[in-house]
Each structure stands twice: as C-alpha cells, then as structure tokens.
Design a protein around this ligand. Structure first.
Ligand SMILES: *[C@@H]1O[C@H](CO)[C@@H](O)[C@H](O)[C@H]1NC(C)=O
Length: 319
C-alpha cells in the first residue's frame, strides 16, 4: 500500500447517513430545525447576558460564554453537513476538515471546563452566599472564562497537530458526517498509539476530572439546600441547579460514551447518531433549559423586547 501524508490529501468524502436513504431527508429537516433553533436561542441568550445590566452576574456571563461556544460548535459541524445534503456532494476540502476537527475539539473541551466552573460558581453562591461577591469578583470571572477557553483551544491544537503528523493509505472515505477526530483516525494506516495516548491523557483531564469537581460541588450544594428551612428558598435554589445539572448530564453523558469507551468497529454506526445528539441537541437544549426555567432570563428577554432599562426588584433580590 502507498502511504500518503495526511497533509497532501486534497479532500475527503463523507459517508454520512447515505446508508440510510429513508431517514436522510428526515435527518436533514430535523438538523436544519435544530440548527435554526440553536442559533436563535443562543443569540438571544448572549444578547440579554451582554445588554441587560441586571444579568451582569457571573452565572449569566458564563452562560453567555457557553452560548457563544455552542454557536461555533454547531456551526462548524452542522453547516457543512447541511450544505452537503443540499448540494448532494459529500466532500470536504482538507483545510475544512482540519478546521472542523479543531473547532469541534476546542469547543467541546472548553465546554467541559466551563461547565465545571459553572458548578463551582453555583457552589460558592449557595454554600457561601455572604462571601460570594468577593470570591467571584469581576477579575476572577474573567480569569475563569479565559482559562477555560485557553485550556480548550490549546488541548485541541495539540490533538489536531498530532493527527496531522500521521499518514494514510489512499482511503479518503470518512464514515461520519463531520471530520470528527475518531472517525479520521480510522483512516490512518500507520501506528496511532502515540496519538491515542495523547488523546487518552487529554480526555481524562477534560472529562472525569471536571466531572469529579461537578459531583463534589453538587454534593455540597445538595446538603446545603436540604438545610434551607423555607420551602420557597429551597425550591429556588433547587431550580437553578436542576437546570445546570440537566445540561451537565446531557453533555457529559454523550461525550463520555464517545471518547472514553473501547473503540470497537461495531459501534461506528451508533457513534454517528451519538455525535448528532452531541452536536445538535446539547447546544440547542442549553438556552432552552436555562431560560425557560429561569425567571431572571425571562424578565430580561421581555425587557429587551420592550426596551426598558430598569432592573425589576424581584429579579435583583432573587440571588
Ligand atoms: C464571557 O465571560 C467573560 C468573563 O466573565 C465576560 O466578560 C464576557 O462578556 C463573556 N462573553 C459572553 C459572550 O458572554
């Protein structure tokens, strides 16, 4: 077999869901809908978190960051896929493939870190309410956000560059709908153990470790919520945390099942559908879960539409 450097390949071919002609059109419509809802929801959430001064609190600033990266994430995975559906050409240029791989890794990794930081933020807010404004001051928030972005972008760079060092043997057909790193690795015909070791180390750093932090934060949160004597206060604390926890379970559940499981060939088809959930559903659910259940966000959206600059008293005192 002739080995070719990965970097001299001009384009790749996606197999996508062509094995399932019956579901293809349904998937297209579903993905288009999901994509539009994701864009709309996240743009609204970013707008209110930036424009509404009542929402200039750590939780909403982090939420704005989460929405921002969700937009990048779905756009990098779903837009090329939708374009391919329309044009009927299932190809992607090499540079597009690398960009897609980098973006999905970078955004996914940043989300891992950011979600754990948001759990920490809730922990401080609920378990240490009096010192909360001091601990989570403006500088710390910016540091946390910048740190999450840096971690995600740097680890993704390391992974992408290490894949680019490898070579493949003429096979350009990717059994996936995006240039997801695991699907690209299956094309490689040289020894991939070094790259897999790098990926394992990064995955352990970015999945179980933030998850542990989230579990510890929520254990403390739960025990302190149970100590709140007023029913009203208890249910208020519970509802913000329940929203966050739903997002966490959805995100980490799919990410864990994709990246930290033995890579058996038989799972490839399940992987594709899993990736669709991960790329489409999670970013769409984030703004829905957070805003439909959150009074402050609802009030802010209404105010944005009515253009009134005042902070309602109920929203000010609810945190
Ligand atoms: C992201 O978080 C930082 C720090 O809290 C904040 O200054 C910035 O406005 C946020 N960005 C968005 C898009 O919400």
């Amino acid at each position: 077999m002739v080995k070719t450097n990965l970097t001299v390949i001009s384009n790749f071919i996606f197999l996508g869901f062509t094995h399932y002609p019956k579901v293809e059109i349904t998937l297209f419509v579903l993905c288009l809908l999901i994509y539009l809802i994701t864009l709309l929801g996240n743009i609204i959430l970013i707008s209110v978190s930036l424009l509404d001064s009542c929402l200039h609190k750590p939780m909403y600033l982090f939420l704005g960051n989460l929405s921002f990266l969700d937009i990048w994430y779905t756009s990098s995975t779903l837009t090329p896929m939708l374009a391919n559906f329309v044009s009927g050409k299932n190809t992607i240029p090499f540079s597009g493939c690398v960009a897609q791989m980098y973006f999905s890794l970078a955004m996914g990794s940043t989300e891992c870190v950011l979600l754990s930081m948001m759990a920490y933020d809730r922990y401080v807010a609920i378990c240490n309410p009096l010192r909360y404004p001091i601990i989570m001051n403006k500088r710390v928030c910016v540091q946390i956000a910048a740190g999450s972005w840096a971690t995600g972008c740097i680890t993704a760079l390391v992974e992408t560059v290490s894949v680019l060092q490898l070579s493949l043997c003429g096979n350009r057909i990717i059994n996936h709908f995006t240039c997801e790193i695991l699907a690209v690795l299956r094309l490689i015909c040289v020894d991939t153990s070094k790259v897999q070791l790098i990926m394992l180390v990064i995955s352990v750093l970015l999945l179980p470790m933030p998850m542990l932090l989230i579990c510890i934060s929520y254990a403390f949160i739960l025990s302190s919520i149970l100590k709140i004597s007023s029913v009203d206060g208890r249910s208020k604390a519970f509802s913000t945390c329940a929203a966050h926890l739903t997002v966490v379970v959805l995100f980490y559940g799919t990410a864990l099942s994709m990246y930290l499981k033995p890579s058996a060939v038989g799972f490839q088809e399940i992987d594709k559908f899993m990736a669709l959930v991960y790329a489409g559903l999670t970013p769409m659910m984030n703004p829905i879960i957070y805003s439909l259940r959150n009074k402050e966000v609802k009030v802010a959206v209404k105010k944005l539409l009515a253009r009134s600059p005042l902070c309602p008293l109920s929203a000010q005192s609810s945190e």
